[in-house]
Each structure stands twice: as structure tokens, then as C-alpha cells.
Design a protein around this ligand. Structure first.
Ligand SMILES: [Zn+2]
Length: 422
């Protein structure tokens, strides 16, 4: 059975079209991410467009029940593909598309500085993305994405992107066909974030700088360092707006000024706590393993339902902050040299009293993390430990509150068993 908190979190991504204020709606649960609608005098504004043309079509059909006014403009909060890939369902490309000056999308091949395609481990990123989001898992296994529903239409995934036609630097007041709005540059989950603030109705569209889960300061699919300090600063800036309604890029809106302020300020506090405790551990000369193993939140933050590790995790964040600030070297000269996986596995097998004894220990230990590590040594030695490792990962998945870890355990277990579709 999946973790009960993960099952309960599905309420946050239940399909719903919610009115945030007169003429302002958000569509939650139709896709991994939310799409917002602001009705103007003769046209509407769409904020973000979802991950696929199929989901965007569903949302467009829902919005058509609310208004028949045409789309006058689109705003992207950031360039992640789950927010920009349904644009072609809302526009034929003729309306303005606004994004921040820093807008960056992995759907745009920007090439490298030397004028060739960027040199990146694209296959690794692709494989890990499939694992994190559980593509190819049984729908009953993939209960959640951590920030969105496990089940949603996937036709046209990544297919409907339209590039921004206008880049906004800093802050800009704009007229959304009769609705006053302020676009604010607010780097956070990504460096290109731009939020939308409606001062008259006090509705704030935060993009992914807030959602109902511990912030994904590090995505296990693989991501460059996300600037923790910038994200915390942006959350402070958003809290100071004193919004009445917070409409995030994922999960349901938060209504009421006190509640909005609380979720933004405590999330900011959680990021600052991870930064302080990690820096403190590094200053004290602790190993990265020990820093990560003891990472967590103080009781007053750990209690908050929106700070549970459903999407991001404090231990992964601690590793990301440590490597993002001082790089891979942890200060322990042991790590200046390298043993190959095979050399280490041979040493461990020798210590255990031989390969047979190592197999026995991997089978009998109650510590599932230790079992995974022993299985890795056995696999390095060419021993058939794949099924044993898969079994340990499936058991870990059952107790795992984090959706991306759960999906990855289950996906990798299937891969090891050779039962992954496609
Ligand atoms: Zn997102």
C-alpha cells in the first residue's frame, strides 16, 4: 500500500475548476500543473498551459463553460515543460505570450556557447525523468507525482509549446483587457520565474514558488543547483503582497490572507532552516551522509501539512545545498581518491568472508537501505542480486511519503526485473 499521506494528498490534485474571485478561475487536477483563467472585457488571459495538448483541450472545454471570450494573451510563470506544453490549444500563435526576461525552457534547444548542440547527459535525464514521474507504472502504483495527479491524459505531452513573444524584465504593470495586473520577477524553483499579482482582487499566481508540499529544492530526475536564497527571498516578497488568494502552479489554491501569509512564510522558513542546518553541519566538519541523515524540520514547521516531504525532501535539499555551495568535495581527503565500484565490492566481499557470505547478509539484513547497498556490491561483482534489490525497493516504496522517490523505486525495480513496458 502507498503511504497514507500520499493517498490523502490526492485531494490536493482532484479535478476541479475553482473560482478565485469574480471572473478569475483555476483548473486543478486536469494535468500535472494548473491552468488559470482571467476574464477581461472582450478577451481572457491564460496563465500557464499545462503539460500536454490533451490536458489543455480538456481545460479549454471547461473554460468554455465559463466564458466564450477568445484568448487575448498567455502568460508563462516559468519554462518548465509541464507549464508551457499546451499553449497551442489556447492560441494559434497570434496572441502575445509573456514570460520573464530569463525565460528558459528545455523545449528550446539553445545550443552551447561554442555554437554546437549543448553537451548534456540527455539520456540519463530522460531515464530519470521517466522514473521520477513513474511513466510505465501501473496506474494503481503511480498514486501521485508529488505535485500532481498520477493519472491524467498524456497525449501530446510536450507537443504544444509556443515560444514567448514578449520578455518582461523586473516588474511591470500590465492591463489584461480591463484587469490590472503586476508581473513580478521572482526566481525560485526556477531562475526564470515570474508571478502574476492582481492588486484589485488580491489574487496571486505564484507559479511553482509555492505548492502544497515540501519545496522541490532538488529534483531527483536531475537538475542544476536551484538558488535556495533566491527562492526564500522571493517567498518573502510574495508574503509581503498580503494576498487574499494564492493560486499555485500545482495543488489547490489557498484562500484567506492569514492562511496565505502562513504558507508562504513557513515555506520560506523551511528553506532557510535547511540552509542554516546544512551550513552548520559543513562548518562542523560532518560528512554529507551524516548531514543528510539528520536533515529535517523543527517541530513547528514539520507539523505543517504543506511542508511534508511529498515532493521535495529536506535530506536531498541538504545534499543539494552542500554541493551547490562548495561543490562535490566534502572536505574529507579520503574522497580525493576513487575506488571503482568493482574494487570496493571486492573489498567488501572479502570483509564479509566471501561472496556467498555477502549474499547471505544481503538477504537477511533488516535494514533495507543496507540491503540496497550490499546488492549494489553484488551486482558490481556480477552476482544475480537484481531481484533482491528490486524487492527491497518495492518494500521501501510502500513506506515512502515522497512521490518521486516512490515512483523511482518502483520504476527501477521494474527495470531490474525486466518488466518495464517500452
Ligand atoms: Zn511545475
Amino acid at each position: 500500500m502507498p503511504h497514507p499521506d500520499l493517498i490523502a494528498h490526492a485531494e490536493q490534485t482532484r479535478r476541479d475548476v475553482i473560482e478565485l474571485a469574480p471572473g478569475i478561475w483555476t483548473a486543478v487536477g486536469f494535468a500535472a500543473s494548473n491552468v488559470h483563467l482571467i476574464e477581461g472585457r472582450r478577451s481572457v488571459t491564460i496563465i500557464d498551459t499545462s503539460e500536454s495538448t490533451a490536458a489543455a483541450r480538456d481545460i479549454r472545454a471547461e473554460f468554455a463553460k465559463l466564458t466564450d471570450k477568445p484568448v487575448g494573451r498567455i502568460v508563462y510563470t516559468h519554462g518548465h515543460r509541464d507549464h508551457v506544453s499546451g499553449a497551442s490549444e489556447f492560441s494559434d500563435g497570434s496572441v502575445p505570450i509573456l514570460a520573464s526576461h530569463a525565460f528558459d525552457s528545455d523545449l528550446v534547444d539553445v545550443g552551447s556557447a561554442v555554437g554546437e548542440p549543448a553537451i548534456l547527459p540527455r539520456k540519463a535525464l530522460g531515464r530519470r525523468t521517466l522514473a521520477q514521474f513513474g511513466f510505465g507504472l501501473d496506474p494503481r502504483e503511480r498514486v501521485s507525482l508529488g505535485c500532481g495527479p498520477g493519472e491524467r491524459p498524456l497525449d501530446g505531452l510536450g507537443a504544444g509549446f509556443l515560444p514567448p513573444s514578449e520578455r518582461v524584465t523586473g516588474e511591470r504593470d500590465v492591463d489584461l483587457d480591463g484587469v490590472a495586473a503586476r508581473l513580478l520577477f521572482a526566481p525560485g524553483e526556477t531562475a526564470d520565474h515570474m508571478v502574476v499579482w492582481l492588486p484589485d482582487t488580491r489574487v496571486l499566481f505564484s507559479g511553482d514558488n509555492w505548492y502544497h508540499a515540501f519545496p522541490n529544492l532538488y529534483a531527483i530526475r536531475g537538475t542544476p543547483y536551484r538558488d535556495f536564497a533566491a527562492w526564500a527571498a522571493s517567498l518573502g516578497k510574495l508574503a509581503a503582497l498580503d494576498a487574499e488568494v494564492l493560486a499555485p502552479g500545482h495543488t489547490r489554491p489557498v484562500v484567506g490572507a492569514a492562511g496565505v501569509r502562513e504558507v508562504l512564510e513557513t515555506t520560506r522558513g523551511a528553506i532557510l532552516h535547511v540552509m542554516r542546518s546544512t551550513a552548520g553541519g559543513m562548518d562542523a566538519g560532518l560528512s554529507l551522509d551524516d548531514i543528510a541523515a539528520s536533515a529535517g524540520l523543527p517541530a513547528e514547521l514539520a507539523d505543517k501539512p504543506w511542508l511534508k516531504s511529498l515532493y521535495g525532501r529536506p535530506d536531498w535539499s541538504a545534499r543539494a545545498f552542500a554541493t551547490g555551495t562548495l561543490g562535490w568535495y566534502d572536505g574529507n581527503p579520503t574522497h580525493l581518491g576513487t575506488l571503482t565500484s568493482l574494487a570496493r565490492a571486492r573489498h567488501v566481499a572479502e570483509l564479509a568472508g566471501g561472496v556467498t557470505a555477502l549474499v547471505e547478509r544481503a538477504r537477511t539484513t533488516d535494514d533495507l537501505q543496507w540491503r540496497l547497498e550490499l546488492c549494489d556490491h553484488l551486482i558490481a561483482l556480477g552476482e544475480p542480486a537484481e531481484a533482491l534489490k528490486a524487492d527491497a525497493m518495492e518494500r521501501l516504496a510502500d513506506g515512502e511519503i515522497n512521490a518521486t522517490a516512490r515512483n523511482t523505486y518502483l520504476w527501477e525495480a521494474k527495470r531490474l526485473r525486466g518488466t518495464l513496458d517500452g
